[in-house]
Design a binder for this molecule. Structure first.
Ligand code: HEM
Ligand code: HEM
Length: 168
């Protein structure tokens, strides 16, 4: 069974931890303006930082091809599912950065100040900020489903899928 490259495996698990940590440190509502969750911003931005080398490593051939153990439709479903996860890994930090900019709070990456993406507003931060809040919950459900499918492959179909992403 071919495996993902070491780089992609490290980036996969580091990203998974960061997404969960970003979720735990997230805050919504009025006190984001008064007391911005800077750790949430840093952890979320780290997700964006990691997805860029990850996609490059992937383009350079670090990902094994999908194993043909399950028929073409399920293979296509797996590809679509992984693409959706990548869309969230890029879209969530960007909409979060946008939301923080609209709220007019300082944005930093572990102490390094970053510019606002758009001008601040007085009232609600707007539609994309709502997309961010909902997306932040949806990604966890998607990742949970993704983990369940991986375990189903491993323990029911016994096709060694977990080994492909295993750090050891
Ligand atoms: C927030 C959490 C997670 C995210 C965002 C995530 C995202 C992804 C993405 C985007 C891929 C596709 C990699 C590629 O082809 O470039 C992938 C592959 C994989 N993930 Fe996750 N993942 C998460 C958590 C987990 C967990 C908890 C497990 C295990 C229980 C898991 C097991 C796997 C496996 C086995 C693969 C390889 C699938 C294959 O060989 O086609 N992932 N993950
Ligand atoms: C994978 C990364 C991220 C995840 C999973 C995530 C998740 C979440 C969640 C679940 C909420 C809603 C919290 C609640 O309503 O109690 C939220 C709110 C928020 N997040 Fe993120 N976030 C991420 C990245 C970021 C980044 C990078 C930034 C800024 C640079 C950011 C800024 C914000 C802001 C400003 C809010 C409040 C929005 C509002 O009150 O309208 N997030 N995030």
């Amino acid at each position: 069974m071919p495996r993902y490259s070491k780089t992609l495996i490290i980036l996969h698990w580091a990203t998974a931890l960061l997404v969960v940590a970003a979720w735990f440190t997230s805050e919504g509502g009025r006190h984001v303006r008064e007391n911005p969750p800077l750790l949430h911003f840093s952890l979320g931005l780290a997700v964006l930082m990691l997805v860029i080398p990850r996609l490059i490593a992937r383009l350079m051939g670090g990902a094994p091809r999908v194993e043909d153990t399950q028929g073409p439709w399920l293979n296509l479903a797996a590809k679509i599912g992984h693409t959706v996860l990548y869309v969230f890994l890029i879209g969530l930090p960007l909409t979060g950065w946008y939301a923080a900019s609209r709220l007019g709070v300082p944005i930093s990456f572990f102490g390094l100040g970053l510019p606002a993406l758009v001008s601040p507003v007085q009232g609600a931060p707007g539609f994309l900020a709502e997309v961010h809040e909902t997306g932040g919950i949806v990604i966890l459900w998607l990742a949970g489903l993704h983990a369940l499918i991986a375990c189903w492959h491993q323990f029911v179909m016994r096709d060694g899928t977990l080994r492909r992403m295993s750090p050891v």
